[in-house]
Write a protein that binds this ligand. Sequence first.
Ligand SMILES: *[C@@H]1O[C@H](CO)[C@@H](O)[C@H](O)[C@H]1NC(C)=O
Ligand SMILES: *[C@@H]1O[C@H](CO)[C@@H](O)[C@H](O)[C@H]1NC(C)=O
Ligand SMILES: *[C@@H]1O[C@H](CO)[C@@H](O)[C@H](O)[C@H]1NC(C)=O
Ligand SMILES: *[C@@H]1O[C@H](CO)[C@@H](O)[C@H](O)[C@H]1NC(C)=O
Ligand SMILES: *[C@@H]1O[C@H](CO)[C@@H](O)[C@H](O)[C@H]1NC(C)=O
Ligand SMILES: *[C@@H]1O[C@H](CO)[C@@H](O)[C@H](O)[C@H]1NC(C)=O
Ligand SMILES: [Zn+2]
Length: 723
Amino acid sequence: MITAIPSLLLLAGLSQCLPTSCQSQQCLSTAASILGSIDTRTDPCQDFYQFSCGAWSKIHEIPDNQLEIGAFEALSRGNSESLRKMLENGYNDLKLQNASNGVPGNQVHTDEKIFNKAKNYYESCHNEPLIESRGSTPLHPLLETLGNIFEENREDVRAAVTKGIAYLIQFGTTPLFTFAAHSEMSHPETYGVYVLQSGLTLATKERYNDSSVLEAYEKAASETWHKISGNVQLPGVNSENDMYHAVERAVDFEKQLSLISNSSQELSNPVTIYNPVTVTKLNEMAPMIDWDLLISLLRQNEHPIDSLVVTSPSYIQQMSTLIAETDIMTIQYHFMNTLILSVVGALSSDLSTPLKNMTLHVSGGKVLPSRQELCIQNTNMVLGQIVGRFYVLTKFSQAAKDSMDIMVNSLRKSLEQSIMQLEFFDDVTRTVALDKLHKIVQKIGYGTSSPDVMSPASLDAYYQSVTAMPELFFENYISYRQWSARKTWKLHGQKVDKQVWQLHPYQVNAYYNPLANEIVFPAGILQPPFYNVLNSENLNFGGIGAVIGHELTHGFDTSGRLFDGDGKIRSWWTKETERKYLERAQCFIDQYSNFTINGPGNTSLHLKGDFESGEILADNGGLQISYNAWQNSLKDSKRTGIKYQNLETIGGYTAEQLFFIGFGQVWCSKVRPEYTAMRMINDPHPPPQWRVNGAIQNSIEFAKAFNCPTGTSMNPEKKCRVW
Ligand SMILES: *[C@@H]1O[C@H](CO)[C@@H](O)[C@H](O)[C@H]1NC(C)=O
Ligand SMILES: *[C@@H]1O[C@H](CO)[C@@H](O)[C@H](O)[C@H]1NC(C)=O
Ligand SMILES: *[C@@H]1O[C@H](CO)[C@@H](O)[C@H](O)[C@H]1NC(C)=O
Ligand SMILES: *[C@@H]1O[C@H](CO)[C@@H](O)[C@H](O)[C@H]1NC(C)=O
Ligand SMILES: *[C@@H]1O[C@H](CO)[C@@H](O)[C@H](O)[C@H]1NC(C)=O
Ligand SMILES: *[C@@H]1O[C@H](CO)[C@@H](O)[C@H](O)[C@H]1NC(C)=O
Ligand SMILES: [Zn+2]
């Protein structure tokens, strides 16, 4: 968010420019932060992002313990901070019982119980002296069990690997591949189990191609192993020399895995990743895994398993070949290394620091986050729906939810008009597109089933098997990972629960899920600068309106369009309309591929228009249909006589200009170049400045609002457009 103090100082000299209608405290502070962020010396027609955010950039530096700074990040940080304070206080400090959003008397006991579960979990994480004194002890039994599995199956690599995976995967450690439950793409009313490539501690295959990163990684892993081997005899490691050799072999094996792994870009096409494969076929594809045994060790229900969805068949095949060609000790070291590094974050600092520090440096970071930050993040992840309940009770109002519903409806209406008017759509495609739009489910605020965030009993049952013992942080964390891993196999074959949320209520984010054809906005994002119940319409449409439009148009982006209104992967476009659509999409891909961004060491990185095409289309569609929705609202207001508030003429800017300035300022941010470079590999979102300047360049309404001559940077002659 935009800091109030420097902005208010700036406002002083500008107060004569404010309309008399903007006198409330809220309007004044909104106006102050808008004007305080603008760089008036930049021509909006040359670089609109710099114009909107230039002054903001001058007064904001990335703190040493962060990789970026900006509106999203600041809201998340603010939410975490209030959650941390809440958990550091007690249940009674919440003062909920008699408040308007009070808890019915018969539920207070359970409510306090779940609050204390989150509090205890947080405190177990924050109990540093105890965590330090336990050292690597909590990990020893896990290493021992894994060691025994390999020892007992020394003569049978297939059995050792299969049983080793089954053991590790039960608490979410995935040395070769992992399983996830999602709607089955061709019959989305049922959950299917997906087999996904895994095993890369450094997360993306590209990092293994950088020898300095690989060297730092091996060093960090060695340091961690070294500390553990000081406390316990590691299986298969008889000397210091053995140990370094073991780590070297493990890291080298991981590098081999990286070479056969698919990139995020390759895995972004739903059609090519959808490969349902029978278990018999899986045994042929990857004979070094005993898939029948593996499934029998993991399954949690009696639903027959006809097939699993393999997202990367070439990886699964080559992984099996790699295992066949590798000696069993190397595989064992790789399993040990993955186990150690996947849970080391929950152990003492001498063990957790090397990997964290290494990852931090690769991302361009300077200082590790504080223990407090780490613990609130971890608690949020582990018990997010409980924490989210108290976020909602203390920070979110029914009024916000209701007016957000109205806003979403106006965006739907706007997209509907676009679809009806699109010249390049034929009537067959148009009819199915409208059907799909009408079927989009909207979820706002928090989930009310599976679990019901408003029901203490529901949350209590949901997190039953996650433990929160004050003195056992490591065990608590593992219990969460077990709970999470079991869920996958419990869901297999079940009817899809349409009430499930993939985000927690306090999260500052939103999503479109093509498999459920739903758009979801957690309570966390429904605050300024995105959204404000009292704010002006032009700012709300420029902020959250464009976000809603972004999520809605995802349903029709390059991958969303491959699913129908029921979430089924199915081609519903006529050939001719599809061809015209792809031509338009290609216009964006070419346009954005030409944009560059500063990378580490003064390098210039090109955006990958292809990989980012879904997000690019959503950004452009979102801005366009939100603008149209705002115009509709202005017309309605003329017709009905209902006057909506529109912040006009502050600082001499028109209501139209402020719509675009509001849009631009949502993205004011700074990102460390190393982090930018890393994100461009696996994050399909364009960097913030291009989320603004890209969409702006294609907006005729923007050019009109700012009187930009044709041919200026922000008003090129050639524009790309779908909606
Ligand atoms: C708050 O609720 C409790 C229990 O339901 C009740 O005993 C108490 O009188 C209430 N206090 C106020 C101020 O309403
Ligand atoms: C690895 O890096 C080299 C240069 O550093 C590059 O030419 C090559 O394409 C990269 N390979 C992969 C698979 O990324
Ligand atoms: C994954 O990479 C392999 C090459 O190793 C390639 O043949 C295959 O098409 C890729 N998979 C996808 C889904 O793109
Ligand atoms: C952190 O990593 C950097 C760079 O790899 C290294 O120079 C430094 O010694 C490390 N610090 C710790 C505490 O491990
Ligand atoms: C890419 O940029 C160059 C130079 O700025 C320009 O001449 C060219 O037309 C651009 N290409 C596209 C597809 O926008
Ligand atoms: C970065 O590159 C620009 C030109 O592309 C040059 O003027 C500048 O001096 C360079 N800065 C550094 C730190 O190398
Ligand atoms: Zn998106």
